[in-house]
Design a protein around this ligand. Structure first.
Ligand SMILES: [Zn+2]
Length: 62
């Protein structure tokens, strides 16, 4: 899977927040991945393995 900082990630499951958003911005790529919910702005951290398993598709920044 190819992704970089600033790309959008669409997850299989929606975030259980008010907006039930499944679109996230990738804000950190390292040993762990940090993504920000585009609905509520919450940031969560996942291992690469977990991230890649939960993502349906990546929308490149450009
Ligand atoms: Zn959310």
């Amino acid at each position: 899977m190819e992704y970089k900082l600033g790309d959008k990630a669409i997850t299989k499951k929606a975030h259980p927040c008010e907006k039930r958003c499944n679109e996230w911005e990738i804000i950190r790529v390292g040993a762990d991945i940090k993504i920000k919910c585009q609905g509520c702005g919450n940031i969560i951290m996942l291992s690469r393995y977990k991230f890649e398993k939960s993502v349906k598709s990546i929308i490149p920044k450009e």
